[in-house]
Design a protein around this ligand. Structure first.
Ligand SMILES: *Cc1c(COP(=O)(O)O)cnc(C)c1O
Length: 448
């Protein structure tokens, strides 16, 4: 098998010249040759996404009741869309480049409950599971006011059920906080790169955290195994869950409303570019899927991955999807971007993305620190390094020579670029300051 794989890699190196750059860990921009402008064709549909949106609306009274920070949005877990004019100018100044079009930031780092993009998929999956359990047992109907779920009797009911998940951190945080709030017994299997503060926070909410001194895939595998042995455990499968995926996709319907409110048009002359940091793929994949349903060929979605963990890029480029890992190509999957430290992408997501995704950019860890610091200096917006990858995406696509071939220049003039800021507000101040100092120092060294 190993020899076989080596032969294949030699073949791929001949077929995909970019592979040499990827294995040398040079940042690249890959444009997806399978990208099609035709409408979304998938077993998942707009109806599924609307169904997910309605489920979240049913739960809104419950969330508003148990999570005070969702009260001002009446229990709808959503983030603002922010025009970052100063950030755009500062990127252009420091990188000596020009971003044609307007730069906006989707502030998922501010999402209530868990402070990252995972508050979309993770919470949605827990709620879906809770709803189906309660309905199966005749405790809940769709027309109920779901705030009754906060009652002691429901806590009692859910406490005989378990939820398990394997995570690099943020998914565990969302599932753990939401699951524990409902009353479930939650176990989070954490990879070695998960930050201590995330483990501490979960334990403080009564979540069981099991640590592994290996990477994300191993943590997931352990979780899956544990769940197989017990029918009362619901395993949240980050690699294969359609439920998670749909929870993320709802973001697109909400973004459409926000763009309408800002009177931002999306059409052939006003293309929408969206840059999404990618780990296993569910979050960015779900959102991109939703955007393609809503905006069709006028939405242009790009993923961004660390140069040490370009799992989606390798999977999609070779067509092997989850059949290959970054380790197969001599990469080590070591990155400071803990939400993105994934060595093997979701095959399910990769296949859905084949005709929908415009491309993938890769980024150096050092650049993540720099962009994180730049955004703090220019906008006072505090992201975690993973989320700063979105800014690397817009830089690659607008200033790289490959990126400039993507759309004719005249179409770019009215482009709207949205960097998806996937996390940050839960990061402890000391950690944030440490990261900021690193970024600042790198900028200073470059100037010297
Ligand atoms: C999880 C995560 C992502 C990527 O989501 P995937 O579903 O793993 O691809 C991006 N940014 C942050 C901060 C994350 O936690």
């Amino acid at each position: 098998m190993r020899e076989h794989k080596k032969m294949k890699i030699l073949d791929w190196e001949r077929s995909f010249p970019l592979l040499e750059q990827i294995t040398k860990r040079n940042p690249v921009l890959w444009l997806n040759p399978k990208y099609k402008r035709s409408p979304v064709h998938s077993s998942l549909t707009e109806r599924d996404v609307k169904d997910a949106e309605q489920r979240l609306t049913r739960f809104a009274p419950y969330l508003a009741k148990v999570f005070p920070d969702t009260q001002k949005t009446k229990g709808i877990v959503e983030s603002p869309l922010i025009r970052i004019k100063a950030g755009q100018a500062e990127i252009e100044r420091r990188y000596i480049c020009s971003i044609v079009g307007d730069l906006w930031l989707k502030a998922d780092h501010e999402l209530p409950i868990s402070g990252s993009i995972k508050a979309r998929g993770g919470i949605y999956e827990v709620l879906t599971h809770a709803e189906s359990l309660a309905m199966e047992h005749g405790l809940l109907i769709q027309d109920d006011d779901y705030s009754i779920l906060a009652n002691e009797s429901f806590q009692q009911f859910f406490s005989s059920y378990k939820i398990a998940v394997g995570s690099t951190g943020n998914l565990g945080l969302s599932i753990g906080v939401m699951g524990a709030k409902l009353g479930f017994q939650v176990t989070v299997h954490m990879s070695s790169d998960a930050k201590l503060w995330k483990k501490d926070l979960l334990r403080s909410r009564g979540v069981e955290v099991i640590e592994y001194d290996s990477d994300y895939s191993k943590a997931v595998e352990a979780g899956r195994k544990q769940a197989e042995s017990d029918p009362k455990i619901h395993f949240v499968d980050d690699e294969n869950s359609e439920t998670l995926f749909l929870g993320y996709a709802v973001a697109a319907l909400r973004l459409k409303k926000q763009l309408d409110e800002q009177e931002i048009q999306v059409d052939a002359d006003h293309p929408l570019f969206v840059y999404l940091p990618c780990g296993v793929g569910g979050g960015p994949g779900g959102i991109a899927f939703g955007l393609k349903l809503v905006f069709g060929e006028h939405a242009h979605c790009f993923f961004v991955e660390p140069i040490h963990s370009p799992c989606m890029l390798l999977g999609m480029m070779t067509g092997e999807h989850d059949g290959v890992s970054v380790q197969d190509f001599g990469l080590d999957n070591r990155t400071i971007a803990d939400g993105l430290a994934v060595g093997r992408a979701s095959g399910f997501v990769g296949r859905v993305m084949d005709p929908l995704l415009s491309g993938i950019a890769t980024v150096h860890d050092e650049e993540l620190y720099k962009l994180q610091a730049l955004l703090i200096d220019s906008e006072n917006i505090h992201l975690e390094p993973s989320a700063a990858a979105s800014l690397a995406g817009v830089l690659q696509v607008t200033s790289d020579s490959v990126g400039q071939t993507y759309l004719p220049k005249h179409q770019m003039e009215n482009a709207v670029h949205i960097v998806w800021a996937t996390g940050g507000s839960m990061v402890p101040v000391e950690q944030m300051n440490k990261d900021y100092e690193i970024g600042k120092r790198i900028w200073e060294d470059h100037q010297a």
